[in-house]
Design a protein around this ligand. Structure first.
Ligand SMILES: Cc1cc2nc3c(=O)[nH]c(=O)nc-3n(C[C@H](O)[C@H](O)[C@H](O)COP(=O)(O)OP(=O)(O)OC[C@H]3O[C@@H](n4cnc5c(N)ncnc54)[C@H](O)[C@@H]3O)c2cc1C
Length: 439
């Protein structure tokens, strides 16, 4: 059977089929627009980012995909534990009004479910097709150039482009407008272990086979200074990552893949708590990945009739597991803005501004919550934007944010903002007894 042909024109071209692109394509197609989604990968494709905070359910409800997620049977997460060298602190979303659980998901499967739903909802999805360049970004009709699955060049005329290409950031790179974030000059190394002991919300140590009955907490531990690590139990393996500042990169930079794996395994085994949950021999060879200097800020969130959303626009440190939710949020509001502009072209500029304002405020807030030494790296404009996002948040969400920031020792700026806005209530800090782990 020959593969379906990519059309020559459409209303909206979505670049990338991660959570951002699938959310946007689903919403636009359901409003009757002709949507073409192009992804260079063939899904399901591997991606890091397995800890989902429960805010994502709101979007899966809107996309009509909640049942598929539930029936997949992903692992529930029992809450978050943060260890920064003095005490082990905990956080549970249920205490902040979230009735449905946070999850630990295999992202290849989670993302594929969202993408298939977008296709079933009417978006035309093409996989294994890479967008190469975009012409006439500022014109009424934009040309998206691509290389198809057979390596053949092609082009597509479109009224709107939605760049959801993740860290590849197709449009921002073409226009050289990515601004690397000096406040978050970190690199990430991560790999997978076959199994592990784990901690529950109450600090109990459990064996791997108990994870379906006793939900594992996401464990974050310091690796010295501002570096940190994650330990995320999955159904068939365990995701373990290390985030280190740029000046410590040499600790994990080996001369060969085997060398790097060895350094990583040794580094992880020395991380307090996390190291004692894992057996070095359970490391899955070949699973180590690395991303350097991954945080950047947007110079602009729209360019002509092109919208930048999700990681293609901005990326902050993943310490608060906000990436997928921010992806679905931005995909959703970008779809809304584009749909309104297609309906009423005279309001296109207003919709661009509204989108940039809403998404920009959220990015500023989550950057503030992830920044170590926030006062040194926030401009007045960013502070004002974050304050606006805070003012628009519910009381429960503010308390949740405050607890996350406190547990991760990133609460100095937030506390000042709360004081300035007259928010006197502070969440109760809960510590967990030091777990009884064998040495
Ligand atoms: C180390 C690390 C840990 C993280 N941990 C978490 C976590 O625990 N929880 C959480 O919520 N988030 C986490 N994140 C963030 C989260 O994974 C991302 O924010 C999320 O995947 C963004 O979704 P997206 O759709 O914007 O991009 P992606 O999921 O990256 O999807 C982009 C898609 O675009 C496609 N693409 C790229 N270039 C092209 C091209 N030229 N043409 C066509 N298609 C293209 C890619 O194939 C890909 O499928 C983490 C991120 C990192 C780096």
């Amino acid at each position: 059977m020959s593969s379906p042909t990519i059309p020559q024109e459409c209303d909206v071209t979505v670049i990338g089929g991660g959570p951002t692109g699938s959310t946007a394509a689903n919403k636009l197609a359901s409003r009757g627009y002709q949507v073409v989604l192009i992804d260079k990968a063939a899904h399901p494709r591997n991606t890091v980012g397995e800890s989902l905070i429960p805010h994502f359910w709101r979007y899966t409800d809107e996309l009509g995909v909640t049942e598929d997620i539930v029936s997949e049977g992903f692992l529930s997460k029992g809450g978050g534990l943060s260890y920064w060298g003095s005490e082990l602190r905990r956080l549970r979303f249920r205490d902040f009004g979230h009735e449905r659980p946070p999850l630990h998901v295999e992202r290849d499967i989670f993302d594929d479910i969202l993408l298939r739903k977008a296709g079933a909802g009417g978006a035309q999805v093409f996989q294994g097709v890479q967008v190469t360049t975009i012409d006439d970004l500022e014109g009424p009709i934009t040309t998206v150039n691509y290389r198809d699955a057979d390596g053949q060049p092609g082009c597509l005329k479109t009224r709107y482009v939605l760049d959801c290409s993740g860290q590849a950031a197709v449009v921002a790179n073409q226009l050289k407008m990515r601004v690397f974030d000096e406040g978050l000059r970190f690199s990430a190394f991560w790999g997978y272990y076959r199994k592990s002991k784990y901690l529950t919300f109450d600090g109990d140590v459990r064996n791997d086979e108990e994870k379906f009955e006793h939900p594992p907490a996401t464990l974050m531990s310091t690796v010295g200074g501002w570096g940190w690590s994650w330990h995320i139990m999955l159904r068939k393996c365990v995701s373990v990552g290390v985030i280190i500042p740029r000046e410590r990169l040499s600790e994990l930079r080996g001369n060969s893949p085997e060398d790097r794996e060895e350094l990583f395994r040794r580094h992880v085994s020395n991380i307090e708590l996390t190291g004692r949950l894992l057996d070095e021999d359970d490391f899955i060879p070949g699973s180590l990945r690395n991303l350097r200097n991954y945080a950047y800020k947007p110079a602009a969130l729209t360019v002509g009739n092109c919208y930048l959303a999700g990681d293609a626009a901005a990326f902050v440190d993943p310490i608060n597991s906000i990436g997928v939710v921010l992806a679905m949020f931005s995909g959703s509001i970008a779809a809304h803005a584009i749909s309104r502009s297609l309906e009423k072209p005279s309001e296109a500029q207003l919709n661009r501004e509204l989108y940039s304002h809403q998404f920009g405020n959220r990015v500023a807030l989550f950057r503030l919550l992830a920044l170590p030494n926030g006062h040194d790296h926030l401009s007045q404009e960013e502070l004002d934007r974050a304050k606006e996002a805070i003012s628009a948040s519910s009381d429960a969400e503010l308390q949740l944010m405050a607890l996350q920031a406190t547990n991760n020792l990133r609460d100095d700026v937030l506390n000042d903002i709360f004081d300035g806005l007259g928010i006197s209530k502070r969440p109760k800090i809960e510590s967990v007894d030091w777990p009884a782990l064998p040495l």
